[in-house]
Design a protein around this ligand. Sequence first.
Ligand SMILES: Cc1cc2nc3c(=O)[nH]c(=O)nc-3n(C[C@H](O)[C@H](O)[C@H](O)COP(=O)(O)OP(=O)(O)OC[C@H]3O[C@@H](n4cnc5c(N)ncnc54)[C@H](O)[C@@H]3O)c2cc1C
Length: 313
Amino acid sequence: MTAVASSDGDPVVATLRSAGVGEVAPGSSLAALTTLRVGGPARALVTAEREADLTAVADVCRDHDLPWLIVGRGSNLLIADAGWPGIAITLGRGFRGVDIDGDQARLGAAEPLPTVAVRLADAGLGGAAWAVGVPGTVGGAVRMNAGAHGGEVSDHLVEVDLVRLRTGTRETWPVEACGLTYRHSDLPDDAVVVSAEWRLAPADRDTVREQIREIRDWRREHQPLNRPNCGSVFANPPGDSAGRLIEDVGAKGLRVGGAEVSTKHANFIVTSSGATAADVAGLIATVQDRVESTHGIRLRAEVVVVGAVGAAP
Ligand SMILES: Cc1cc2nc3c(=O)[nH]c(=O)nc-3n(C[C@H](O)[C@H](O)[C@H](O)COP(=O)(O)OP(=O)(O)OC[C@H]3O[C@@H](n4cnc5c(N)ncnc54)[C@H](O)[C@@H]3O)c2cc1C
């Protein structure tokens, strides 16, 4: 595999540009695309605007034996300090949109979930107020089966449109095929979600708007939203809460370099300026070790780790 390069003279960048795949940024920092604000550059970052851009990028990856990485809002990503040796793909405005028809909504994969929640409420559709608190995109939310406050993507998803990067095909998968379980899907690694169809229940607009207000207030009060973070770092183990276990072992406020277990919410790690991905990975491992040695439970990281994120020395 080729090493990360950041020059405009990179032949891969030239090939991407001549393929007309949308905006191409060589050696682009991925930290800026994530809510944790750590991590190195990609060999190139492509902002795709059309499905054809995705298959063209896939062709370049195949020809140059490069891996791809799909980046949504980066709100659940921990990217290695060394960066990503291949091509990072993000979906541009061409993949946005909320089209509501009766109790169904066709959602563009790049649409932010909080916007979706508000649009559905305005249309008098209920059940998805939870989405206002999850700062990801529709695509990332389907991939993660995101959820909160008792709701999750699998409650609403009818079908999902995918572009497969290995074959260049466009496929529509019914929800039953997606293998959605707690913060997990069985979507293959080459599947780019391009849009999703949700079905909602009719509801009183003002009631849903009030739910949205309450969720926003609750989050402001209980989560460290003023500092870079990736939401819950660990999935809850069956029948328990990761935050409770972390708090119980006295890990609130624990630090490794510029990464710190939030004092506001134990299942959040916040970063300061100068923090590295290795700091975050080191803190994750320390927390896992502490909880395991006291409670015999190894917490599963919910955050998606990209590249070789070595723990800090
Ligand atoms: C403050 C805060 C609060 C949060 N609260 C919650 C919460 O309550 N519940 C919850 O579930 N999550 C929560 N999260 C985590 C995160 O917002 C969700 O996991 C979200 O679904 C990730 O979406 P994203 O677009 O940011 O995906 P990214 O973080 O960019 O990517 C996550 C994964 O999805 C893949 N992916 C992204 N886009 C696509 C696509 N179009 N097609 C295929 N794969 C794709 C990526 O390759 C990666 O594997 C929170 C995060 C923050 C920062």
